[in-house]
Design a protein around this ligand. Structure first.
Ligand SMILES: Cc1ncc(COP(=O)(O)O)c(C=O)c1O
Length: 364
């Protein structure tokens, strides 16, 4: 019997999205941002408990706009983790700001607070804290908030991987900084194909974000531009899909936690595989992230067994486009040994057993 290939991750759309898109196409021909987009923004604001939500075309531009709205300008320094998706620093390079790389905590893969303190200079204007796989820094978010307040630095939360994850006090990821940013790209827990969202509790910042994404005007349908802005708008079609996806978020969050627990239980006796820990009472594991021995050989073996994996991000400083010297032991370790196991919400219990059995067979 030929086995089905288990992808590392894949988006999940269903009949609901198809039906909602057809209904929308029958009732409105504009497609540009309007009521569906407003409803999608409201659903994210409600879910996260944020006062405002502004959607944009992806979770990279959202970070660019967050930094711009926070007052970051070309030449300013912004502290970012060296373990993250390249979008985090590139969103700053986009307008000439300078990402300054700092290593991450070995348990959470979030920014290492002590190293952040050391990296601050007179030019530092912001810190971008990435919720790595939904996790919060072990040191506590309050440490970052206090530091930023004391030093007059903006705290931006890159929560692209954090929808459905919370801080220990129950606040949703992304609500502790000036702005929180989410991504709805294909591999995320909910997707609109591409898409991003910004949340903030600050009225002024929300207004700046709206203007930045819409040509610098106060509202659509006119050509009066009293500030500089661009076009990073969403579409109603994406919002229609996003609303259906939001309806499915709660069961997806619950299933992600079950999936992580099944991996943890079944791989508990496998000394060569170490899962990064998750407090499932507050965190939603987006991807199953592990440190493994013989990573390349394991990945090749699993592929031959029709199981997809993906190596975790290498240190950004080692990417050719950056090529920065320095010692970042945690990010380097992940770059050598970090692997994402299949993580899609569609994984069945049988799939997880098949994957874990294959991993154990490889090491045996
Ligand atoms: C931490 C982080 N930041 C930013 C992004 C960029 O989001 P997008 O792909 O929507 O531009 C991603 C995407 O995976 C991410 O993981």
């Amino acid at each position: 019997m030929t086995q089905e290939f288990i992808m590392q991750m894949r988006p999940w759309f269903g009949a609901e999205e198809k039906q909602a898109l057809m209904e929308y196409m029958d009732e409105d021909g504009f497609l540009t941002e309007f009521k569906k987009t407003e409803a999608f923004e409201q659903s994210i604001a409600d879910y996260t408990g944020a006062k405002h939500c502004v959607v944009v075309n992806n979770g990279t531009i959202s970070l660019t706009l967050a930094a711009m709205a926070a007052g970051v300008e070309a030449g300013d320094e912004v502290i970012v983790p060296n373990y993250t998706m390249i979008a985090t620093p590139n969103s700053l390079r986009m307008f000439g700001a300078v990402p300054v790389f700092v290593d991450v905590e070995p348990t959470t893969l979030c920014l290492d607070f002590a190293l952040v303190e050391q990296a601050i200079t007179a030019k530092t204007k912001a810190i971008v804290l990435v919720a790595a796989n939904g996790r919060a820094p072990a040191v506590g978010i309050e440490a970052f908030q206090t530091l930023c307040e004391q030093r007059g630095i903006a705290l931006i939360e890159d929560a692209a991987q954090g929808l459905g994850s919370y801080y220990p006090d129950g606040a949703h990821t992304g609500t502790k900084g000036l702005v929180g940013s989410f991504s709805f790209s294909a591999p995320k827990i909910i997707s609109t194909g591409q898409g991003g969202a910004l949340i903030t509790n600050c009225d002024k910042t929300a207004e700046k974000l709206r203007r930045l994404k819409d040509f610098g005007r106060a509202s659509g349908g006119n050509d009066i531009h009293d500030s500089l802005g661009f076009n990073f708008k969403f579409t109603e079609l994406q919002a229609v899909v996003g609303l259906c996806q939001m309806d499915k978020l709660a069961p997806r969050v619950a299933r992600k936690k079950v999936i992580w627990q099944q991996y943890a239980d079944q791989l508990a006796g496998c000394a060569q595989v170490k899962l990064f820990d998750h407090d499932l009472s507050i965190t939603t594991p987006w991807f199953i992230d592990v440190l493994v021995e013989q990573r390349e050989a394991l990945g090749a073996y699993l592929k031959s067994e029709m199981i997809g994996t993906r190596v975790m991000y290498p240190p950004i400083t080692q990417q050719k486009v950056y090529g920065i010297e320095g010692s970042f032991p945690v990010a380097e370790d992940i770059g050598k040994n970090g692997l994402w196991l299949p993580s899609s919400n569609q994984l069945t219990d049988a799939d997880i057993s098949r994957i874990c059995d294959a991993i154990k067979a490889f090491y045996a």
